[in-house]
Every structure is written in structure tokens, then in C-alpha cells.
Design a protein around this ligand. Structure first.
Ligand code: PLP
Length: 354
């Protein structure tokens, strides 16, 4: 029997190689790694692979993903990487050992919930350094740190920042030095050393792996670079890493020679303005059973000989430069982060570990 299509094929050995390689290289700079699993829907098998590769812990933006990994018996320290919603506080304390936070009233709720559950919960305070996603303004950090330390069943595990997400601000030496200086300031103010000073995500790798001094930064939170083998400022391939740990495989359901341009009176399509391809006469077109409900078609790289012409909810339309394909044959694509995220979270895509 053939494997179900569409499916995502996942190479655990390539993921393990990537994670281990980044963990080892960053260790020489004094930097530990949280493996970030949100693009995998908190897949326990992948998380366990990251744990085997030597990560300090596992981070995910969704508490439901962390619950799946805890229930899937992944043996790790778990960190919630999105600020907790007040409506999920009890689950946060129950399943995650740490969370990233910016709102003192939420931290007070975590304290109360941790006390009720007789647990200790670690707080990483996120600082705004210009990208304008989450973060306390730096001037508010010392006061907030002191308040956090006074709360029962809560400990201040460290500070962190997140750049290159909303504003595209580069995590360079200037920004990292700012975070280092804030770590010193908080330690002076509270008289306690911070365990984790988390400089950012996969966009920080160029900075971290250049030979310079990393200052007080001793941790990064890495998702895309582990899974797809690329840094995220220019999406350059990282030396020695696999960029093909995942592939998305779909099945041909039509293959015919047809015109290159739609014909008739042209109005809007199901997804907005109609495409206006050049007229190059008849071409070999094929349709795959894969669409926007399954993954992000703009994030797919087709194999040699194929060009993606467009997609609807359920159909991916390709041009083939090498002749007609056999109906029932399969085509494999390389996903980018957006396509990976969509495919791993789509109920229509089967998963096959290879
Ligand atoms: C998603 C996320 C990460 C990981 O980002 P990558 O670019 O996948 O490495 C790190 N930190 C936070 C707060 C995140 O939300």
C-alpha cells in the first residue's frame, strides 16, 4: 500500500544533526539553546529528538502544544514563549516550568496559581529593544524585576528580548550589548545572578557565530534554524546544516497540454485578482491535490522542471517543462517556515517519519 498523500516527510536524523550542530557550535560561545517547537504543533517525537541533541529545554508559544509534549512523555524543561493569556494561567503553571512575560498583573496571577498548585514557576522578563513586539520598556525593567522577586512561588529566571519578528530590527552587537547591560543592572539591583539571558531567535545566529564576544548573552531560542537549516535575516543556508529535513509530497490528479493564459472574460478569482501570465502558447500543466487548506502554496519550492502557477483551496497548478506527468505520481516540495507551519498544523496532511 502506498503512503497517504498529501503528506509531510520528516527526517528525524537531519533535525537531530542540525540541532546538535547548533548546540555544539554555540556552546563554544557560552550560549545554550532552547529548541522551539511551535512550527511542529508541539510534536513529541521531534521534541524528544531536540532533547537528545542537547538543548537546555523546549519552548513553544502554545500551552496546548506544551501539554501534548508533557503528555507525550517528553523529558524536558518547558518554556511558554508567548506571554500567557490570563484565561490559561492554571495550565501554564501546570505544564510549563517557565514563561516569557511582560505584564506584572499576569505574573501576579501566575504567582497565585503556582501557590495553589504548590509549584515554582520561572519568569523570563522580556525587554523591548526596538522591534516592537513583546517587551517591557527598559526603564521599567529593574522595578519589575524587584516586584517579581517578591512574589511567592515565582522566581526570576532571567531576561530576554526578541528582535527581527515584527519590525525587522537586526539583533546586532549594539542591541545585544544593550541587553547585556540590562542584565548587569538587574543583577546589581536585585543582588541575585540571572540564570538565563536569552538574546533572541534564529535571526541572532550571524551575530552569535561571528567570533566576537557575546557579552552576558548565554541563551538563544531556536526554531527555524534547527528545522530548516537557515538563519532568518537573509534565509542563508547555515554551513553544515540540512535544509531538507522536511518535504511535502502531493499527488498528481490531472496532467494535460493546455493554453498558458486563461481565456474568456476575466473577473476576480476565488482568492482575489486574476493572474495575468504571459501567453507562450500551449504548455504542459498538471494539478496536484494540495491547496491552501493544506499548506501555504507561496512557501513551496518545486523540484527542477516544475513551476508553481497558482493555487486554490484544494488544487496546486504547476507547469512542467519536462513533459506530462503520470496521474497518480507524486511531486515533492521543500517548504519554507510558513508552509511548514501550515502543513504541520493541517488536519489534511499526513506525517511520515523517515
Ligand atoms: C518563535 C519564537 C522563537 C523562535 O524563532 P525562530 O525564528 O523560529 O528561531 C523564539 N522566541 C520567541 C519568543 C518566539 O515566539
Amino acid at each position: 500500500m502506498s503512503a497517504p498523500a498529501p503528506r509531510i516527510e520528516i527526517s528525524l536524523s537531519k533535525i537531530e544533526h542540525n540541532a546538535h550542530s547548533l548546540v555544539t557550535r554555540l556552546a563554544t560561545q557560552g550560549i545554550s539553546v532552547f529548541g522551539i517547537t511551535k512550527a511542529t504543533l508541539g510534536c513529541p517525537i521531534i521534541a524528544q529528538t531536540l532533547v537528545r541533541s542537547g538543548v537546555l529545554g523546549i519552548g513553544d508559544s502554545r500551552i496546548s502544544n506544551i501539554r501534548s509534549m508533557v503528555q507525550g512523555k517528553v523529558d524536558a524543561r518547558f518554556m511558554l514563549t508567548r506571554s500567557p493569556m490570563p484565561s490559561e494561567i492554571d495550565a501554564v503553571v501546570r505544564y510549563a516550568g517557565f514563561s516569557l512575560n511582560t505584564e506584572i498583573q499576569v505574573i501576579k496571577m501566575l504567582s497565585k496559581a503556582a501557590k495553589r498548585a504548590n509549584r515554582q514557576h520561572g519568569i523570563l522578563l522580556m525587554v523591548e529593544l526596538g522591534d516592537l513586539r513583546e517587551g517591557l520598556m527598559p526603564a521599567d525593567l529593574p522595578k519589575t524585576a524587584t516586584t517579581v522577586m517578591s512574589l511567592p512561588n515565582i522566581f526570576l529566571a532571567g531576561i530576554g528580548c526578541n528582535l527581527a519578528c515584527y519590525g525587522g530590527v537586526t539583533p546586532d552587537t549594539t542591541k545585544m550589548n544593550e541587553l547585556s547591560a540590562l542584565a548587569d543592572l538587574v543583577e546589581q539591583q536585585t543582588g541575585q545572578p540571572l540564570e538565563i539571558i536569552s538574546g533572541g531567535n534564529s535571526a541572532n545566529l550571524e551575530w552569535a557565530m561571528s567570533d566576537g564576544d557575546c557579552g552576558r548573552i548565554n541563551n538563544l531560542r531556536l526554531g527555524e534554524s534547527i528545522l530548516l537549516g537557515r538563519e532568518t535575516l537573509q534565509r542563508k543556508r547555515l554551513a553544515g546544516l540540512h535544509t531538507d529535513a522536511f518535504s511535502i509530497v502531493a499527488e498528481v490528479i490531472e496532467s494535460k497540454v493546455k493554453p498558458s493564459r486563461p481565456y474568456g472574460h476575466i473577473a476576480q478569482t476565488a482568492f482575489g485578482p486574476a493572474p495575468t501570465p504571459n501567453d507562450k502558447g500551449d504548455i504542459c500543466r498538471c494539478i496536484l491535490a494540495l491547496g491552501r487548506q493544506d499548506c501555504d502554496p507561496n512557501g513551496l519550492t518545486p523540484p527542477k522542471g516544475f513551476t508553481i502557477l497558482g493555487a486554490s483551496s484544494d488544487h496546486l497548478i504547476l507547469e512542467s517543462s519536462t513533459g506530462l506527468s503520470t496521474v497518480g505520481s507524486e511531486v515533492a516540495f521543500q517548504p519554507n517556515y510558513s508552509a511548514l507551519l501550515a502543513a504541520m498544523t493541517s488536519p489534511y496532511i499526513a506525517q511520515k517519519f523517515v
